[in-house]
Design a protein around this ligand. Sequence first.
Ligand code: ZZB
Length: 262
Amino acid sequence: QEYTALKLKVLEWAPRAAELIQGKVPEDASVYLCPATLRPETMYGQVCCFVGPHLTYGVFKASEKEYFVITERAARNMAYQGIFEKEGVIEEAEKIQGSDLIGTLVHAPLSFHQQVRVLPMETVLATKGTGVVTSVPSDSPDDCALMDELARKIKHYNDKYGIKEEWLKLEIRPIIQTPTSDLLARHLVEKMKIQSPKDTQKLQEAKELAYKEGFYQGVMMVGDFKGEKVEVAKPKVREQLIKSGEAFTYAEPENKVVSRSG
Ligand code: ZZB
């Protein structure tokens, strides 16, 4: 699986993360949260960045001036892909629990909303990508269902993680036109009566539909490739992000199936 890993620069740490980072990273270095995505063409619509509150992340040194917040598993993979300055070497400046990152303010490349917050996603898999996920509720049913849930239970999430209502209020703008909708994820969540992020089976189905329709029938409504088919625009947006230094390629080894007989 080949992902585009985006660099979301930390502008302001959540209080607990700030304490942990203090003195661990050089003053003049930048730290980035690096979500792995299969949909670089949707980056215009980012409204937040998700982490698994119960996952452990590391702040890994990519070069003298750049540190990445990702899972250790992702760092181990990246170390052998020419992403870190020193091949095969992993330097971890600090460990951080996902819950301690919530509320951190980051810069989201290409997005209408240049500054977005880190929010919790209980369903983030530690075994996929970087463990960091960028949220595009216009085109990702999972993100759409979770943003609804966070807003619906804002009191609970405020008590639990200090989430503020205004962090959830960023406008969700259409990015891609398909035959059924210009907000395909919202359309599918409503049509399939998806009630919460726990409707995993329906969400899986919605995701597959959204991938297919978005890729084969979608047309870009925004950005430099406005009017072009998604199929055509996707690699171009990706290339642009990589050229500008705002993203890099991250490949994931296939999950090995270990047979019982060994
Ligand atoms: C932004 C985005 C915009 C995404 C979209 C999807 C969509 P997949 O399809 O299951 O292989 N993701 C990445 N890492 C994780 C993780 N560790 N745990 C849970 N979700 C993760 O997964 C790839 C997509 O799942 C990634 O692409 C990311 O969300 C999320 F409009 O990034 B995506 C129809 C989907 N649309």
